[in-house]
Structures are given as structure tokens and as C-alpha cells.
Design a protein around this ligand. Structure first.
Ligand code: GDP
Ligand code: MG
Length: 163
């Protein structure tokens, strides 16, 4: 079985950009699977001889009439439950937010292995940019730039190490 990697995080942190990077496509391999919630996207990638599945969640994106935690409960928590690995994407330019902390708390409860990807870190000092995010209590954060591709290989190496 291919390990599945689910991308979670608050809106605008770069989940979909990272998804495209991990699946090496803009959208060619992205397909909505009928019967599943519309905001979950699945794609395939490969690291050396290791194939993997990536799931891009839109589950934290607030809709007009639904609370954000309701979205999370309905969609993203299901994706997390089905995942072998979770990547929590955060924004290194904005820093830690209350929603990052809330999502982290839920992720710790899930018992899934979680890696924190500190995105948008191009041109920034990696040591500084990750420092804040130790507070999330999810281990050593990894600085990445989804648009530039920096750090993505290192993140994937870590996430797929047990597989
Ligand atoms: P999502 O809502 O988490 O899926 O975020 P998106 O992937 O849609 O990206 C939100 C915005 O952040 C877009 O304008 C992206 O171009 C931008 N973005 C994503 N990754 C990076 C990055 O590594 N560096 C910078 N500077 N911007 C990024
Ligand atoms: Mg998105």
C-alpha cells in the first residue's frame, strides 16, 4: 500500500502549491473522487522507488455559513484519520497564529505522525523562521518554499522515512 500524506493548515499558507509540487503537476493528476467531499484532492507522487499518495485538504477554509471547526470536523479529520503521515503547513512570513495552535492541538490528539512545514521561507534565515513554530509541540519544523521548491525534498525524505 502506498503511504498517504495529508496536507493540512489554515487558508493561504500554501497547501495547494505544495500539493502541486509533491505531485509535480499543476492539475493533470489531480482528480476529485466522486462521492468524497469536494474540497479534498488526491494526487500521486514518487520519491525514488517510493510511491505515495497526497491529499490536499480545503477543510480549514471557512465557508460563509459554516464554522471553521465544523469544516475541520467533517472533512479534514476524516482525511487525517485515513492518513499515514500529516504535513501541517504554516506561513513563515506571518508566524504562528491561534488557528495554527488549535489545528496543532487536534493533530496531537490524532496520534498521527505530523511534520510541520514552515512555508514561504525563501530568502529567510531558516533557523529564525522555524524558531517560533517549536511552540506547536509537533517536533522540529522544516523550512520550505513551495513556490521555489526549497526544502521540499528534505521534508519528503523525513515524512517517508518509515515507508
Ligand atoms: P492554500 O490556501 O493553503 O492551499 O494556499 P495556496 O497554495 O493557494 O497559496 C496561497 C498563496 O500563497 C498563493 O498566493 C501562493 O502563490 C502563495 N505561496 C504558496 N507557497 C509559497 C511560497 O513558498 N512562497 C511564497 N512567497 N508564497 C507562496
Ligand atoms: Mg488550497
Amino acid at each position: 500500500m502506498k503511504p498517504s500524506i495529508v496536507l493540512v493548515g489554515r487558508p493561504n499558507v500554501g497547501k495547494s502549491t505544495l500539493f502541486n509540487r509533491l505531485t509535480r503537476t499543476r492539475d493533470a493528476l489531480v482528480a476529485d473522487i466522486p462521492g468524497l467531499t469536494r474540497d479534498r484532492h488526491y494526487g500521486h507522487g514518487r520519491l525514488g522507488s517510493k510511491p505515495y499518495l497526497v491529499i490536499d485538504t480545503g477543510g480549514f477554509e471557512p465557508l460563509a455559513k459554516d464554522g471553521i471547526m465544523l469544516q475541520m470536523a467533517r472533512q479534514t479529520e476524516q482525511a487525517i484519520d485515513e492518513a499515514d503521515v500529516v504535513i501541517l503547513v504554516v506561513d513563515g512570513r506571518i508566524g504562528i497564529t491561534p488557528l495554527d495552535k488549535e489545528i496543532s492541538r487536534r493533530l496531537r490528539q490524532s496520534g498521527r505522525p505530523v511534520f510541520v512545514a514552515v512555508n514561504k521561507s525563501e530568502g529567510m534565515q531558516h533557523g529564525l523562521v522555524i524558531a517560533d513554530f517549536h511552540e506547536l509541540g509537533l517536533g522540529e519544523p522544516v523550512a520550505i518554499s513551495a513556490t521555489h521548491g526549497e526544502g521540499v525534498r528534505a521534508l519528503l525524505d523525513l515524512a517517508l522515512l518509515p515507508f
